[in-house]
Design a protein around this ligand. Structure first.
Ligand code: SAH
Length: 436
């Protein structure tokens, strides 16, 4: 068996110091990897630098020379899952599957071929074990509370032509709408009154909302509610991301959708994979809590591609990973394509939890849209977050990125949390019943 090299992690005081340290180490040919700070050392949202043990001797010297302060250097111990094999000892599993489970228990990193193997499993017993293992990893790292966030889809105008998406500009059957700044603020205040502390502002790529308008909305939300703000507005320039961060945005959600370049180009007539990755790197550099994700079941996508996506999230140190099935949208070139598989999506969620560990994983709306119990299934397979659809009623039916989109509301979120025997977060001021 190959021995995993010993690693250390460097935890800095701030994102900018972390990035300066990372740059300095790379300039000196020291291999680094940015990782979400392990739960026992810090917050789920912060990022640390992982380096090989043999580089540690140069580290202090290099950082001191550049006057870059750092909080701690700790051995990056793999997280063991005690008792894991105890729980699965009576399951009927293959030798190869058992070997991968042994690796997970020891905290060894999974290789691409392990991930592909796990994505392909179909046997009931192995499937149950995989999801249960991811559930144990989630419990060990994050506990039982489910994050509840709320999305306001404030405009469905879009200048892009992504072939899967029901709000692409060619979709003439889509009734277009834009919410006013006051409407967005009013909706946000209602969410704030419910105790929700993160609002997600999502839209198509709509140039009507200029940087100036967006800054004004972000600033008002911050000033009036102090809520955390996630933006999901598509691709923008470095300067725009920077200005929005400075205005008060905390998180940014921009999904890669797939890391397979050929598929990426086929489904995104206006975009390039390289530019999309660049956007994600800028978001990381600017200190956003960086949210990403993919779609399962895209035309031509293989398990190898999905494994690459998961390893990409890990390598990029992504903090939040949204994994949803492809759902055909009316009036799009993919209208007649096959819906992504619930089972494959659950496997991908479980493996992502096992591989990326200390990250937010939402039980996605797309999953809820094709399976009534999709969200509670995801919560039992490693997910720990639910996003409510909080777009005002008169608009929400028109934000149909895919057909028959589920309108995840508080009631259905509570049900999913209860069905998964999990807890609502203590900050919610409504519907505490499932907390008992
Ligand atoms: N304009 C923003 C928001 C896009 S909609 C942006 O580009 O980031 C948010 C997400 O919905 C997309 O990232 C995509 O993953 C998902 N989505 C859109 N159409 C979909 C479909 N037909 N099936 C599954 N997911 C879809």
């Amino acid at each position: 068996m190959t021995k995993i090299k010993e690693k250390f992690i460097v935890i800095c005081h701030s994102t900018s110091q972390m990035l300066s340290a990372d740059r300095e180490l790379k300039l000196n040919s020291i291999e680094t990897e940015l990782v979400p700070t392990p739960a026992e050392f810090g917050d789920i949202c912060s990022t640390s630098i992982a380096i090989e043990a043999e580089s540690i001797i140069y580290l202090e010297e290099l950082l001191n020379a550049k006057k870059i302060e750092h909080k701690k250097i700790r051995q990056y111990k793999s997280q063991k899952i005690d008792g894991l094999l105890q729980r699965i000892k009576d399951s009927i599993i293959s030798h190869e599957f058992k070997e991968i489970m042994d690796k997970i228990e020891k905290g060894d990193e999974l290789k691409k071929e392990d991930i592909v193997f796990l994505l392909k499993i179909e046997g009931k017993s192995e499937k149950e074990v995989l999801l249960d293992v991811a559930d144990q990893v989630r419990y060990k790292i994050l506990g039982d509370s489910v994050e509840i966030r709320a999305a306001i889809e404030f405009s469905n105008y879009c200048k892009k032509s992504c072939k899967y998406c029901g709000i692409r500009k060619e979709c003439t059957s889509t009734k277009r709408y834009r919410m006013s700044e006051d409407e967005i603020l009013e909706t946000t205040h209602n969410l704030h009154a419910m105790g929700i502390n993160t609002v997600i502002l999502q839209s198509g790529e709509d140039d009507f909302f200029t940087l100036e308008k967006l800054i004004s909305i972000v600033k008002r939300i911050k000033k009036e509610t102090k809520m955390k703000i996630t933006l999901s507005l598509g691709e923008k320039s470095y300067e725009e991301y920077k200005a929005l961060k400075e205005a008060g945005a905390n998180n940014y959600l921009l999904k890669i959708e797939t890391t397979n370049e050929e598929i990426f180009n086929f489904i995104h007539p206006n975009d390039s994979l390289e530019e999309r990755i660049q956007c994600s790197k800028w978001l990381r550099e600017l200190g956003y809590v960086n949210a990403n994700g993919n779609i399962i079941g895209l035309p031509g996508q293989t398990d190898e591609d999905i494994a690459d996506d998961i390893l990409f999230f890990k390598k990029m140190g992504i903090h939040m990973i949204g994994i949803g099935p492809f759902v055909p949208a009316k009036d799009t070139p993919f209208e007649k394509y096959k819906t992504g598989s619930v089972e494959k999506t659950l496997n991908a969620i479980a493996i992502t939890r096992i591989v990326c560990k200390n990250v937010y994983i939402p039980a996605t709306t797309a999953l809820a849209s094709i399976d009534e119990d999709g969200q509670s299934k995801a919560l039992r397979a490693g997910a720990n977050t639910i996003m409510l659809i909080s777009t005002p009623k008169k608009y929400r039916k028109n934000y149909k990125i895919y057909s028959d989109k589920n309108m995840v509301d508080l009631e259905s979120a509570f049900k999913a949390v209860k069905d998964a025997r999990r807890k609502l977060p203590s900050y919610l001021k409504v519907g505490g019943k499932t907390n008992e």
